[in-house]
Design a protein around this ligand. Structure first.
Ligand code: CTP
Length: 447
């Protein structure tokens, strides 16, 4: 019996897939089809897949050509499968010509003619309205955003707003978008959504005006510096069917998501302590050192570190206390201790003090260690008393990592989802509330 194997994502199954499967089946007597898992696709940067793995497997099954369907979940699996299933022929579309020649060592490799004029990418683009995004602010973070949008389908950055004309113009030239500087309303009138990456203290008013103009909003951290403001904006967005999302980038990246699901499945027992640190030394004069612009380590770095704690221990903390080292009116170092009924947590932040930027989640059975920089999560280890049970997890964290939040934002708009389980409204509001307590100097000690 001649056994053939072929692989693909098979998203929005189309005639090209059907032709390919038929041709592959005709090469032998038994066809195995490998369908990529959702996490494998995400890990290799394919962020736009519409159908989940169960839907894609079902679509392949319904073609009637597959004698067996398997899931492709890791790089290098093809070599394992070919040997494990005693495969005679590996078949794949001609768009991959030459790319799989290395498999000749294990079986015959056949490149089949690809059907012209159709692809999943094309179908995704056809039935999705392209969302026009305007960027508010044109500084360092905004500049990282535009290149990241190019790897996500379904959106286009069309414009930038900055009251500083020179900065808006230079951004517009660099990224081929239209600059607005004198009228925020005019800027809003030609777009569907905004990405707010302006100075901290302007977030609330830019978000509010955008939402009131009917635009979806993705806003950089710190989202707002007060609980009340965050609540008000989410309330408005929800009641007007608009997407409002905090751009807490780590919350949306694949490895961090896996940490949360592993912990929630009890892999380290009950979580008793979470320690998250983040320090980036910067030198004045810079916004981070400007008290007038809500600078300081807490406003700058608390959002990501608090996010990890809130995701793991929840919103119902009992008490928070702060310790800061202050220079020229801003905290160059802040430590916050957050207590829960059955757990403790702390964040250690610096813009003028350096610390090891790791994340440690301690539980009754073991702990998870995420080395610095933990917020660009691509690796973590689950550790136990008996070290032979330790397990390391590797992921990719592509580009500047903003692509994951952008993908979530677009998917929420397209699928009319008002909330993301990756960062819920109450989680985002709780983070804003803790930052507000800090700025109000509640339980605050200067060291
Ligand atoms: N294929 C084909 N003809 C097409 C599209 C795909 O023969 N018009 C083949 C591919 O070469 C591959 C298999 O179908 O062997 C599965 O491809 P997949 O990557 O899932 O499909 P695409 O439509 O190419 O998806 P995308 O646009 O997301 O890359």
């Amino acid at each position: 019996m001649k056994k053939v194997i072929t692989y693909g994502t098979y998203d929005l199954l189309h005639q090209g897939h059907i032709n390919l499967l038929r041709r592959a089946k005709e090469l032998g007597d038994y066809l195995i089809v490998g369908v990529t898992s959702d996490s494998f696709d995400r890990g290799r940067g394919k962020l736009n897949v519409r159908n989940n793995v169960l839907e894609r497997v079902e679509a392949v099954r319904q073609t009637g050509y597959a004698d067996e369907i398997i899931i492709e979940d890791y790089l290098g699996q093809k070599i394992d499968d070919i040997q494990k299933y005693n495969i005679d022929i590996f078949a794949i579309g001609s768009d991959w010509e030459g790319k799989f020649d290395y498999l000749n060592e294990f079986c015959e490799v056949v490149y089949l003619p690809r059907t012209q004029g159709i692809s999943s990418t094309m179908l995704r683009a056809e039935n999705q309205k392209v969302i026009r995004i305007g960027v508010v602010g044109s500084g360092r973070i905004a500049r990282r955003f535009v290149p990241e949008t190019s790897v996500v389908d379904g959106l286009v950055v069309t414009s930038v707003y900055n009251p500083n004309k020179e900065s808006a113009d230079s951004f517009a030239v660099d990224f081929s978008v239209k600059a607005f500087w004198n009228s925020y309303d005019m800027f809003l009138s030609n777009i569907d959504a905004v990405y707010v990456a302006s100075p901290h203290l302007t977030h609330y008013s830019y978000m509010k005006a955008a939402l009131m103009a009917g635009k979806h909003v993705l806003c950089e951290i710190p989202f707002t510096l007060s609980k009340h403001e965050a609540d008000e904006l989410y309330e408005y967005a929800e009641s007007h069917n608009l997407v409002l999302l905090e751009a807490s980038k780590t919350a949306y990246c694949p490895a961090f998501g896996h940490i949360i699901t592993l912990v929630k499945s009890g892999i380290i027992g009950d979580v008793v302590d979470v320690k998250a640190s983040l320090s980036k030394i910067v030198k004045p004069p810079i916004r981070e050192y400007d008290a007038e612009q809500a600078g300081g380590a807490m406003n700058e770095h608390a959002p990501l570190t608090l996010m990890s704690i809130i995701k793991l221990l929840g919103c119902n903390y009992a008490k928070v206390e702060f310790f800061s080292k202050v220079e020229s009116g801003i905290d160059i170092y802040t430590k916050a201790n957050i207590s829960y009924q059955h757990a403790t947590a702390s964040i250690t932040l610096g813009i003028g003090v350096k610390t090891e930027g790791n994340l440690i989640i301690s539980g009754t059975k073991g702990y998870i260690y995420v080395p610095a920089p933990w917020w660009l999560t691509d690796f973590f280890e689950v550790r136990y008393e008996d070290q032979t049970n330790n397990k390391k997890y590797f992921y990719s964290y592509d580009g500047d990592g903003l692509r994951y939040e952008i993908q979530e934002f677009i998917s929420m708009i397209v699928n009319k989802r008002k909330s993301s389980y990756k960062l819920r409204r109450n989680e985002s509001v709780t983070i804003a509330g803790i930052i507000e307590k800090y700025n109000l100097k509640e339980n605050y000690t200067e060291i």
